[in-house]
Design a protein around this ligand. Structure first.
Ligand code: AHR
Ligand code: AHR
Length: 481
């Protein structure tokens, strides 16, 4: 059985079921998600390898070879056509053209399930999916349940990494107009124990860990790499549950009355579905989604415990975030451009600005040093790497407003993440393409001889599709100095 077969046996069937990693019904053979590649804008639907099985990631890999792909649609497996697509502008605009949110990179969150490769949905700030015209999703005070499997180590304090029920207008229409799972360290409203991240409920104009927007010490800081998060609500009552997605138990972190603040009892659910954003399209949050579902009716704890056992049996595990020629921690490297214009140019810096400069064995030692980088374990994720300046120890290549800079490490989580890069096989077949960990649609790019974290066809000039593969491919060699 799949999670949604278990919910159905419990009398609380899935009315929406979303996953890029696996089928959530044992008989499901349809499309899990759709990817679109940049090279020719063609799309491909990805199905499970077998009924009820893991997604056919190999089909994605071959379709997306030598280009980049975005996840355009996360299909609803429940038969209600509650598919998730690129979120439209609402109370807030997204960063993409027309105020839409960005789409996720198709390869941003690789994992294995029982040893088989699959990809989750890596939500960088600005990324969001939504469906404002759903079928059978709870409205008003009607009961619903939700679960999601998330990366418990990918979060921030922005508003709001959510999955669940929200406004059909993408605007804040008042207290009680949402009921969604939230995960992260946003502290404007409720909090849990410790420093977070916490599983909370986004009920609109408030993230709730309990029946007030205060602290609920029974809602623990989450530390599992793979996390199961549960929020459910019925008239006069709701609950938060959670636990490691590879463990056997779910804890109950809150179960009780509706918030005492006006507007949340009865609830005013509208029945849209959001992923990665707030109800009003607030899009500053980050997180990773692997699978999730929404039910009709209030699931019993025992039903959710069986769903949790099913998730554990799927055996989510990490896999490599890098590919291509090894860029080893402890080595010192230089990066040579491969675009025809520029094959004698190397990534260097002048002060804080990253650029490319012509460097060779006869260059001054100062110039050689400015084009030389020590490879260290990724400051924000040790499965990737960071590049420390050879002439300015303690300073690292990081992106800021998607320009590459060399800045001193200020010790913040933001800096660490902005300075973490996951090298891939070079998109043009040469060397490596250096992907930004926190924004997997983006790679080191030289553009007019300056350095950027660029996406393949984005809103900025430096995102131009022309020459993208060449501009993001660098031959990495032993450092000049
Ligand atoms: O409830 C928290 C957030 O507040 C909601 O997600 C958003 O719609 C509003 O800004
Ligand atoms: O480079 C993009 C973002 O710009 C960085 O993550 C952040 O530090 C800055 O706001």
């Amino acid at each position: 059985a799949g999670p949604c077969d278990i919910y159905a046996s419990g009398g609380t069937p899935c009315v929406a079921a979303h996953s890029t990693t696996r089928a959530l019904f044992s008989a499901f053979t349809g499309s899990l998600y759709q990817v679109k590649r940049a090279s020719d804008s063609a799309t491909l639907n990805i199905a499970p390898l077998s009924a009820g099985g893991v997604a056919n990631a190999a089909a994605q890999d071959s379709f997306c070879a030598s280009t980049t792909c975005l996840i355009t649609t996360i299909f609803d497996q429940s038969g209600n056509a509650n598919h998730l697509t690129q979120a439209p502008p609402g109370g807030f605009n997204g960063p993409d053209a027309g105020g839409l949110d960005n789409l996720a990179a198709a390869t941003g969150a690789p994992v294995t399930l029982n040893g088989q490769k699959a990809y989750g949905v890596f939500v960088a700030p600005g990324t969001g999916y939504r469906n404002d015209k759903t079928t059978k999703i709870a409205t008003g005070d009607a009961a619903q349940g939700m679960y999601a499997v998330l990366d418990g180590t990918h979060f921030n304090g922005g508003c709001c990494f959510d999955y669940g029920n929200a406004e059909t207008s993408a605007h804040d229409t008042g207290n009680g107009h949402m009921e969604a799972i939230y995960f992260g360290t946003e502290t404007t409203w409720g909090t849990g124990n410790g420093n977070g991240p916490w599983i909370m409920a986004d009920l609109e104009n408030g993230l709730f860990s309990g029946n007030t927007t205060g602290k609920n010490t029974a809602d623990p800081t989450q530390t599992a790499r793979f996390l199961t998060a549960v929020v459910k609500g019925e008239p006069g009552h709701w609950a938060i549950r959670g636990g490691s997605a590879t463990g056997t138990t779910l804890g109950t972190f809150y179960s009780g009355g509706r918030p005492t603040v006006a507007g949340y009892n009865p609830m005013h659910k509208e029945g849209a579905i959001i992923l990665g954003i707030g109800g009003d399209n607030s899009n500053g949050a980050q997180g990773t989604f692997y699978e999730g579902a929404m039910t009709s009716g209030f699931p019993a704890d025992a039903t959710e415990n069986s769903v949790q056992a099913n998730i554990a049996a799927a055996k989510y595990a990490t896999t490599s975030l890098t590919s291509g020629p090894a860029i080893s921690v402890g080595s010192a490297v230089s990066f040579r451009a491969t675009t025809a214009c520029c094959t004698t140019r190397f990534i260097a810096h002048t002060g804080a600005q990253v650029n490319t400069q012509v460097v060779d064995s006869t260059s001054t030692s100062a110039l050689k040093l400015s084009a030389s980088w020590t490879v260290v374990a990724g400051l924000g994720n040790s499965a990737c790497v960071s590049f420390e300046s050879r002439d300015t120890p303690g300073s690292f290549i990081r992106h800021f407003d998607f320009e590459l800079m060399v800045n001193a490490n200020d010790g913040s989580k933001q800096f660490a993440e902005d300075a973490t890069f996951c090298p891939q096989a070079g998109l043009n077949g040469q060397g490596n393409s250096i992907r930004a960990w926190g924004y997997p649609t983006r790679f080191f790019r030289h553009f007019n001889d300056l350095g950027y974290a660029a996406s393949n066809g984005g809103v900025d000039t430096f995102d131009a599709t022309s020459l993208f593969n060449d501009d993001v491919s660098f031959v990495v060699s032993a450092a000049f100095a």
